[in-house]
Design a protein around this ligand. Sequence first.
Ligand code: MD6
Ligand code: FE
Length: 212
Amino acid sequence: MDLFADQAHEAMPLAPGACWLPGFALPNMAALWSCLQHHLSIYPAQQMMTPMGHLMSVNTSSMGTWGWVSGPQGYGYSAHNPATQQPWPAIPAVILQLAANAAEKAGYLKFVPDSCLINIYTPGSKMGLHQDKDEQDFSQPIVSVSIGLPATFLFGGAQRGDKAVRIPLQHGDVVVWGGESRRYYHGVAAIRPNQHPLTGNLRINLTLRKAK
Ligand code: MD6
Ligand code: FE
């Protein structure tokens, strides 16, 4: 008997309205991974440009009614893949259910995301501290699912200068933030070179949101 099996799913509070759910996605990982591989074979991840004209260090794809896109016009949500002008595919049921279950565990009932951003990190990829504020409805939380290589997630406060805690995210971990922490600054430290049995040298992050 694994005495720690339950503890693996204990919610760890991070801030008001925010929690870390270690290993929460592991029971669904096989189904999640097969959906993702299928998706990425049809909608390959692209390197987007920031509005300042810099290439982002992550590669990005999307599912859902709204895909998160970045380019010279700015950041935001688009119903169309900028590479093909085609709509994004629906978010698979296994991902919708996982997001709703994680949100509920964090205290947010009936979370129905309409956007699933897929970020693919290679060693050295990172994401600077930022707020998620391109969405219309800040009453809904953000659910972030980590797959593959570990990452240090930086979770700060309402002000850019607030001290950020460093959260060592592992394969299968989920972070949910909403309520007071919905607009807190967050980011991802540079990924260290390593190998993961499922993803090789990649970290894949799914970010589920209600965009509109
Ligand atoms: C992550 N991504 O990839 C976290 N936020 O682990 C984000 O926080 C994020 O990729 C807003 C817009 C795009 C993003
Ligand atoms: Fe973000």
